[in-house]
Design a protein around this ligand. Structure first.
Ligand SMILES: NC(=O)c1ccc[n+]([C@@H]2O[C@H](COP(=O)([O-])OP(=O)(O)OC[C@H]3O[C@@H](n4cnc5c(N)ncnc54)[C@H](OP(=O)(O)O)[C@@H]3O)[C@@H](O)[C@H]2O)c1
Length: 314
């Protein structure tokens, strides 16, 4: 037995792996950042179980190569690459308008610890890609999602959300940007958003589930694409101790497919300090449940992204 963020009891199956994913034939899944790391493993595992996978990538060549690698392993895989740059909200809207049906949206793409950079709309890159782009994408897709079969939104955060603080007075790090601090801010925003989405969907009578997941520590491109200098070198070394991307993807695969998953839950690995292992229910930072914080983040995200869910708060 384990505990949901809302205090209910539930359990994840011990030792659950991708082979335990229920049959996905007839289901359509959108995976952001589907060309690399956890996203690619998620697309691969879902395609193997028969899902139609829409692999969203900001680089179509990389997306097509990833889709090809899945087809090489799963010849009848239904995988389609589509362009999505979460750092440009206009492409988020365009991508969303191309989606006619979806049962599961996996908000997976992310960037970690780059030098301070701004998105096309002038927002700090980690907040823009990891949170704001996914917030806007989910808002755009809600109408299509609500017609899905047992629809779910899975948002991928990190155990580092526990080090996060929302800098509402300096959201874009204009005054005091730190790479790690703003990564943690974006991952805290993922958790606050996922929980608030769960509450608002329920309050407004929607059956779409909002579930959170984090991978623990998995060796992927994340540790080399953003960090530079000593941090990049240190991560290259610590990656030797990390689990692989296929293991890291299990919590989000569980959140996306397991039948006992409930809206508002958070899945991570069951090992020491949630760094590696098989999916289990985990707890968010206590402050991430704060309703005032959630309302403030929701309002500012609607304003900055120019999107609205039309979902009243409880
Ligand atoms: N690996 C870990 O240990 C770990 C730990 C905690 C949380 N996470 C979270 O897991 C998620 C997946 O990360 P990963 O480890 O699989 O890293 P990854 O291998 O670097 O994959 C990240 C994906 O996000 C995409 N992406 C980056 N910026 C984007 C943008 N502007 N628009 C659209 N896509 C964009 C990347 O595209 P490109 O290939 O074109 O760069 C890539 O496909 C992230 O949300 C990360 O925060 C990972």
């Amino acid at each position: 037995m384990s505990t949901t963020p809302e205090g209910d009891q539930g359990a994840a199956a011990p030792g659950w792996t991708a082979t335990d994913i229920p049959d996905q034939v007839g289901r359509t899944v959108v995976v952001t950042g589907g060309n690399s790391g956890l996203g690619l493993e998620t697309c691969r595992a879902l395609a193997k179980r028969g899902a139609r996978v829409i692999l969203a990538a900001r680089d179509l060549d990389k997306g097509d190569a990833a889709a090809e690698s899945i087809r090489a392993e799963v010849p009848d895989a239904e995988v389609e690459t589509r362009f999505l740059d979460l750092a440009d909200l206009s492409t988020v809207a365009e991508f969303a308008s191309s989606i006619e049906s979806v049962d599961v949206l996996i908000n997976n793409a992310g960037v970690m610890m780059p030098p301070r950079t701004l998105s096309a709309q002038g927002h700090e890159l980690q907040f823009a890609v990891n949170h704001l782009g996914h917030f806007a994408l989910t808002a755009h897709l809600l109408d299509v999602l609500k017609d899905g079969d047992a629809p779910r939104v899975v948002t991928v955060s990190s155990f580092l959300h526990k080090r996060g603080r929302m800098h509402f007075d300096d959201l874009h790090g204009e005054h005091k940007y730190t790479r790690a601090g703003y990564y943690s801010q974006s991952k805290l925003a993922n958790v606050v958003f996922g929980l608030e989405l769960h509450r608002r969907l329920r309050t407004n009578g929607f059956t779409v589930a909002s579930v959170l997941a984090h991978p623990g520590y998995a060796a992927t491109n994340l540790q080399s694409s953003g960090p530079t200098g000593v941090a990049k070198l240190a991560m290259k070394l610590s990656n030797r101790l990390a689990q692989d991307a296929a293991m890291g993807a299990l919590p989000q695969l569980y959140a996306a497919t397991a039948q006992d998953v409930e809206s508002g839950q958070f899945y991570g690995p069951n090992g020491r300090k949630e760094q590696k292992g098989y999916p289990t229910l985990v707890q968010p930072l206590e402050a991430a449940r704060d309703r005032e914080l959630a309302k403030r983040l929701w309002d500012v995200s609607e304003e900055l992204s120019g999107t609205s869910f039309g979902l009243a708060a409880r």
